[in-house]
Design a protein around this ligand. Structure first.
Ligand code: GA4
Length: 332
C-alpha cells in the first residue's frame, strides 16, 4: 500500500488556498455565482447553515456507531458490500483496499428495508434514521443543483435536480468507519514491529462517479482534496456542516465546466475512529448523460460522448478506484 507524504508537496507555486464556503441561508443573488465558482475552481466546498436538523444527523450517526461497535461475525452477516451491505477493507471489485470498514446502501426505501434486518436489531429504527437522513440531504442536493443551473444560466433550472429526485434514481448512502490508532490491531493482530500506524490510506484517491456527493463526518480528520495542480490539501472536519463534491456525471453534463474533485481519506491520525456518511446523488440507470446544449459552442466544443448512467457505472466497476473513468467517454 502506498503511504502518501503527510505534508503536501507543491508541484508549482500556488497561492495559499482556503476551501470555499457556501452559506445556504444567505438569500443573495450572488449565491448561484459563488456556487458555480467553487465548483469550477475546486469541484468542492463546505456548506454551512444548511438547515438539516441536528437530530436527523445524530440519529444516523448513532445507528452507524452502533453497527460498527458490533462483533465482526455479526457485522459480516450484513455483507458482502457487493452490491450492497457491509464491507471491510475491500473497495470495489478489482482489488482496491483501504484501512476502513463500511456500509454501502442503495437509497430506495425498499432496498434499505430489505438490508435493515441484517444490520440492526431494531430494523424499523434503522430504516427511519436512514430514510430521514437521505430525504434531508437529497433536498439539500436538489437546492444546490438548482442554484448551480441558475448560475450557469441554464433555462431549465431543474435539469440536474430532476435526475436525482426521480423515484428511479440510483443514489447511494455510504457510512465509512476508519479505525483509530489502536483499532488497526483488531483487524490485523500479527505483530509487526515497525508497523506505521499513521497516514495510511483509509480510502484511496478517486473522484465520485455520480452527480453530487454530500458528506458529513464526526470531528476526526483524514479527508484531503486535490487541487487542479495536484496539490493535496487537508479538509478540517466539521461535524455541524456538510462538504459537497462535484461528481463525474456533473462534469460531463456541464461539458467540463464544473470539475469532479479527486479526494482521499487517510486513516489513523487520531486515537478516535473517523466516521463519515456520504450521500451520492445519481440519475436513474437508464438516464442519458451528455453535455447540455447551452454549454456547447464552437469555442467550447462537445467534450463527451453521450452515455447512460448504467454504462458509466459498468465502466467504473471495470476499472480501478483511482482511474479517470470519464476519459473513456472523451471525444478525441
Ligand atoms: C467511489 C464513490 C462511492 O463510494 C462508490 C464507490 C464504489 C465502491 O466502493 O463500490 C467504487 C468507487 C466509488 C469508484 C470506482 C469503482 C466503484 C469502487 C470502484 C473501484 C460507492 C461509487 O459509486 O463509486
Amino acid at each position: 500500500m502506498v503511504v502518501p507524504s503527510p505534508t503536501p508537496t507543491r508541484t508549482k507555486k500556488t497561492k495559499a488556498v482556503g476551501i470555499p464556503t457556501i452559506d445556504l441561508s444567505l438569500n443573495m443573488s450572488t449565491l448561484s455565482d459563488q456556487l458555480v465558482k467553487a465548483c469550477e475552481e475546486f469541484g468542492f466546498f463546505k456548506l454551512i447553515n444548511h438547515g438539516v436538523s441536528k437530530e436527523i444527523i445524530q440519529k444516523l450517526e448513532e445507528e452507524g456507531a452502533g453497527f460498527f461497535a458490533k462483533a465482526t461475525t455479526e457485522k459480516q452477516r450484513a455483507g458482502p458490500a457487493s452490491p450492497f451491505g457491509y464491507g471491510c477493507k475491500n473497495i470495489g471489485r478489482n482489488g482496491d483496499m483501504g484501512e476502513l470498514e463500511y456500509l454501502l446502501l442503495h437509497t430506495s426505501p425498499l432496498s434499505i428495508s430489505e438490508r435493515s434486518t441484517a444490520i440492526s436489531n431494531d430494523p424499523t429504527k434503522f430504516c427511519c434514521a436512514v430514510n430521514n437522513y437521505v430525504g434531508a440531504v437529497k433536498d439539500i442536493a436538489c437546492e444546490i443543483l438548482d442554484l448551480v443551473a441558475e448560475g450557469l444560466r441554464i433555462q431549465d433550472k431543474c435539469v440536474f435536480s430532476r435526475l436525482i429526485s426521480d423515484v428511479q434514481s440510483d443514489s447511494l448512502l455510504r457510512i465509512n468507519h476508519y479505525p483509530g490508532v489502536n483499532g488497526i490491531d483488531d483487524w490485523d493482530p500479527s505483530p509487526k514491529l515497525h508497523q506505521c500506524k499513521s497516514n495510511r490510506i483509509g480510502f484511496g484517491e478517486h473522484s465520485d462517479p455520480q452527480i453530487l456527493t454530500i458528506l458529513r463526518s464526526n470531528d476526526v480528520g483524514g479527508l484531503q482534496i486535490a487541487l487542479q495542480d495536484g496539490l493535496w490539501i487537508p479538509v478540517p472536519p466539521d461535524p455541524n456542516e456538510f462538504f459537497v463534491f462535484v461528481g463525474d456525471a456533473l462534469q460531463a453534463l456541464t461539458n467540463g465546466r464544473l470539475v469532479s474533485v479527486r479526494h482521499r481519506a487517510l486513516s489513523n491520525s487520531s486515537m478516535k475512529p473517523r466516521m463519515s456518511m456520504m450521500y451520492f446523488g445519481a440519475p436513474p440507470l437508464n438516464a442519458w448523460i451528455s453535455p447540455l446544449s447551452e454549454l456547447v459552442s464552437p469555442q467550447k466544443p462537445n467534450l463527451y460522448k453521450p452515455f447512460t448512467w448504467e454504462e458509466y457505472k459498468k465502466a467504473a466497476y471495470s476499472l480501478r478506484l483511482g482511474d479517470t473513468r470519464l476519459d473513456l467517454f472523451k471525444i478525441c
